[in-house]
Design a protein around this ligand. Structure first.
Ligand SMILES: N[C@@H](CCC(=O)N[C@@H](CS)C(=O)NCC(=O)O)C(=O)O
Length: 250
């Protein structure tokens, strides 16, 4: 069952046509993490998350699935409607709807370069819509769950088929989490961890959170979840999903 989910998530990644995997970094990092009110299965939110991976910007994600009652009312109070994505930047006080405007803002404010051409193209939105299809509604609807006191921390990058499964569950459970971006920035990052191990390849990550993960956990694999509420830390999407169900599911 889990492997079928992974295969369907991989189909999503393929529909993204390579976006949301590599990072080219930001010209400057925000002092406070950006805040994104998001639905994992929403094609417009996906475009914003792809830009965040490209820019290597961490983001505090507040899941707003359909039927969710935790963060949706706040967005309506602040911006006047329940429409997602909605970005809040505590560093500048800027808050906005509309994926294309958010992407322009992120590149202008932090990228030090204009948003790559094409973010506004219909073809790009269509590809993002196509990426939602294999996941058949996952990461869109709320399910009953407890809310942790502190947001969880997830080492992830947008295009990871394994991390997507975890983000979907966090979204459905309306559990806030801080994404530590682990986009690939050198060819060695493209060699999957089991292959790296089998080849006994020396792997020296250069991306900041990959380095952090190596120092912290002894290896680099995404997703990696830290639960600051009880000190639990774990690799492996299937284990992480079980953990979330056991600790926060109702
Ligand atoms: N033009 C907007 C479209 C956003 C949009 O339509 N988002 C949908 C989800 S995919 C939404 O928020 N629907 C309202 C809801 O789910 O309550 C953008 O690009 O950000």
């Amino acid at each position: 069952m889990h492997s079928l989910d992974v295969a369907r998530s991989l189909a999503s990644t393929l529909a993204q046509q390579g976006r949301g995997i590599a990072t080219r970094g930001a010209a400057r990092q925000p002092a406070e993490p950006l805040e994104l009110y998001d639905m994992e299965g929403c094609p417009f939110c996906r475009l914003v998350r792809e830009a965040l991976t490209d820019l290597d910007l961490d983001v505090l994600t507040y899941p707003c699935p359909k039927g969710g009652d935790r963060y949706r009312p706040l967005v309506e109070k602040l911006g006047g409607k329940q429409l997602f994505p909605y970005l809040m930047d505590p560093n500048t006080g800027v808050a906005m709807y509309e994926s294309a405007d958010i992407i322009d803002y992120l590149y202008r404010e932090y990228g030090g370069r204009p948003a790559p051409g094409g973010w506004r193209l219909r073809a790009r939105t269509a590809a993002s819509l196509a990426a939602s299809v294999p996941r058949a509604g996952h990461g869109l609807r709320a399910r009953d769950a407890a809310v942790p006191e502190l947001p969880l921390i997830l080492y992830s990058f947008e295009g990871s088929p394994f991390a997507r499964l975890v983000r979907e569950r966090l979204c459905e459970m309306q559990i806030p989490y801080l994404v530590r971006q682990c986009g690939r920035d050198q060819w060695q990052d493209w060699v999957l961890p089991p292959v790296r191990n089998a080849l006994e390849m020396e792997y020296l990550p250069t991306q900041r959170h990959r380095q952090e993960l190596m120092a912290r956990a002894g290896r680099v694999a995404v997703p990696y979840l830290i639960d600051p509420n009880n000190g639990e830390e774990l690799f492996e999407s299937e284990r992480i999903l079980d953990y979330l169900d056991q600790h926060y599911g109702r």
